[in-house]
Design a protein around this ligand. Structure first.
Ligand code: FES
Length: 137
């Protein structure tokens, strides 16, 4: 092996061996927040109408349904799995209804009527002080 080839070979090896460390260093910051509770609003905001829609929370789109003092507090990702419209909470019927093609979901996110075939994603939700906080479940 010529000297120049050797230097090139060692140089490439050095880059290749340090790559996994660089990737790990970059990704460690993004993973740390994924399992954390995120504040999406206040108890007062939720209690005004019995629902709280936050389209751009740090946890993603969130629709919280219920009152801060109720035991039946629930939270879903309101993006309809059929074509992505935002579902709304119909308190009288106690279901989530999509305005685009009429899919209906229970408060647990499960499909009650199509055309959607997949459930809405859900969040764990709780009241912490005066804040409504959610975490992907
Ligand atoms: S987008 Fe919701 S039913 Fe089609």
């Amino acid at each position: 092996m010529k000297r120049r080839d050797f230097i090139n070979w060692v140089g490439l090896g050095g880059i290749a061996s340090s790559l996994p460390i660089a990737i790990a260093a970059c990704s460690s910051g993004t993973n740390s927040a994924s399992g954390d509770w995120q504040t999406v609003g206040t108890s007062a905001e939720l209690d005004k109408t019995g629902q709280l829609l936050v389209k751009n929370s740090s946890a993603g789109p969130v629709l919280v349904v219920g009152k801060s003092k109720s035991e039946n507090l629930a939270a879903v990702n309101p993006s309809c799995p059929h074509s992505g419209c935002t579902v709304g909470w119909k308190a009288d019927a106690k279901k989530l209804v999509c305005p685009c093609h009429g899919s209906e979901f229970g408060i647990d996110g499960k499909v009650q009527r199509g055309p959607a075939t997949e459930a809405l994603k859900t969040y764990a939700v709780k009241i912490e002080g005066d804040s409504v906080v959610v975490k992907p479940s």
